[in-house]
Design a protein around this ligand. Sequence first.
Ligand SMILES: [Zn+2]
Length: 99
Amino acid sequence: MVYTNANRFIVANAKNILESYGVQIAVKNEFASSAIGEVSPFDTWVELWVVRDRDYDMACRILESAISDEHAAPWICKSCNEENDESFEFCWNCGQSAV
Ligand SMILES: [Zn+2]
C-alpha cells in the first residue's frame, strides 16, 4: 500500500497525481461502503496500492513532494538565520516558528 486517508477526495487526488507520473494504481475499499451495508463510508479508508512493486519508491517520493508543495522551499529562520528544511514548522536551531 502506498497511500491511504480517511478523506476519499484526498485519496482520489493522490491517485490522479500518481497516474500523471505514469504510476499504475489499484484502489482498494473504494466500493466497500456500498457493498457491505453495515459499514459506514467513514469506517472504511480508501487505499491506494501500486500495481508494480518497482513503482513503490517513486510513488512515495511523488506523494511526499506533492503533499509538501505548500512549503516548497527551505526557509531561513528570522531569528538566527539558520536554513531549515521545508518540512520543519519550527527552526531546528532556536525553535522560532516558520511563519
Ligand atoms: Zn532559528
